[in-house]
Design a protein around this ligand. Structure first.
Ligand code: DHB
Length: 310
């Protein structure tokens, strides 16, 4: 079985969408809901609805994608209303609500709305949007991450995880893990896109997306080694009660197997879900099941985190 347990809830499969993909409105969320995915996470909701950056703002390349969406979303109230209703329609299912404020006060205001609602699922606090002009990725400001988590856990006591940007230095893994280990996080989700890459068309000698002169977050096959490194680095360093969601470069069941081997308890699919649509979860499930059968693994705990070293 590909079942898993995360943040105290059981899921009949270990895969779901990555926030930003197939989760902007109720139609997209229901398409994921009605697929083989275990559950869904909503588009990161802000206090106010946003139109996001000018188009074109998403582009598929041979090995992945580049995007600079700029947090287009229907506003946190829309997603809170939707998930609060959906959990009534599907007793026993657990959903993920992604939120992102533009500062600590906004994060706390967003969480107050969650507290005041009937939502009984898991909050994913996004500390890593790379695409809002003039706004740094919070996850690269270690002191601010610490201050946000301190304030968040002073007021919020239900399951909450964080979505992090990729890190590229062993000392940064050490420093971030030391901060994360101070808090009762349910999980860490690594990675968000590799921020501010540049993809160009050499025939036309132009960039391929309009915002930020073409700079945007990179996803897909390009990012898998970075994603696996972040998953495993945090698996090695985090308290065992902080679980890991692995996101980045998943196109096949083999990619999911590798994320789990590196320590992930659940995985999220972004670029490949954008390309193939929610039907992808049938193929991914069948491929992961086939690998597990061949290796004689009955469930994902048989190999999770058990990466070997030379
Ligand atoms: C967007 C991109 C991200 O990687 C993210 O974490 C949040 C928002 C965006 O551009 O909409």
């Amino acid at each position: 079985s590909t079942a898993t347990t995360l943040a105290g809830s059981n899921f009949d499969n270990c895969m779901m969408n990555a926030s930003g993909v197939y989760c902007m409105d109720s139609d997209e969320l229901l398409a994921v809901e009605n697929s083989k995915a275990a559950t869904f996470v909503t588009k990161s909701g802000t206090l106010q609805p946003r139109k996001g950056n000018p188009e074109p703002r998403y582009f598929e390349t041979e090995f992945g994608s580049i995007n600079s969406m700029g947090l287009p979303n229907n506003g946190v109230d829309y997603y809170l209303d939707f998930v609060s209703q959906d959990q009534i329609n599907h007793p026993g299912k657990t959903y993920f609500l992604s939120i992102t404020g533009f500062n600590l006060a906004e994060d706390l205001e967003l969480l107050q709305k969650v507290t005041d609602s009937d939502f009984a699922g898991v909050v994913e606090l996004n500390l890593s949007c790379p695409n809002v002009p003039g706004k740094p990725q919070t996850g690269y400001d270690f002191e601010t991450v610490d201050a946000i988590l301190k304030a968040v856990f002073d007021v919020y006591h239900k399951p909450l995880g964080v979505k992090l940007p990729p890190y590229f230095d062993i000392i940064h893994f050490d420093q971030m893990a030391e901060i994360l280990n101070k808090y009762p996080l349910s999980y860490v989700n690594s990675i968000n896109s590799i921020g501010n890459g540049l993809y160009i068309n050499d025939d036309t000698e132009t960039v391929v997306i309009k915002p930020k002169q073409g700079f945007g977050g990179i996803g897909g096959e390009y990012v898998k080694p970075t994603a696996l490194a972040n998953v495993h680095a945090f698996y090695q360093r985090l308290n065992k009660d902080i679980q890991i969601i692995g996101t980045g470069g998943i196109q096949t069941g083999k990619d999911i197997f590798e994320h789990i081997l590196c320590g992930a308890s659940m995985v999220q699919v972004g670029t490949a879900l954008m390309v193939e649509g929610p039907v992808i979860f049938e193929r991914l499930t069948a491929e992961l099941e086939a690998i597990m059968a061949e290796k004689g693994y009955d469930n994902i705990e048989d190999f999770r985190g058990k990466l070997n070293y030379l």
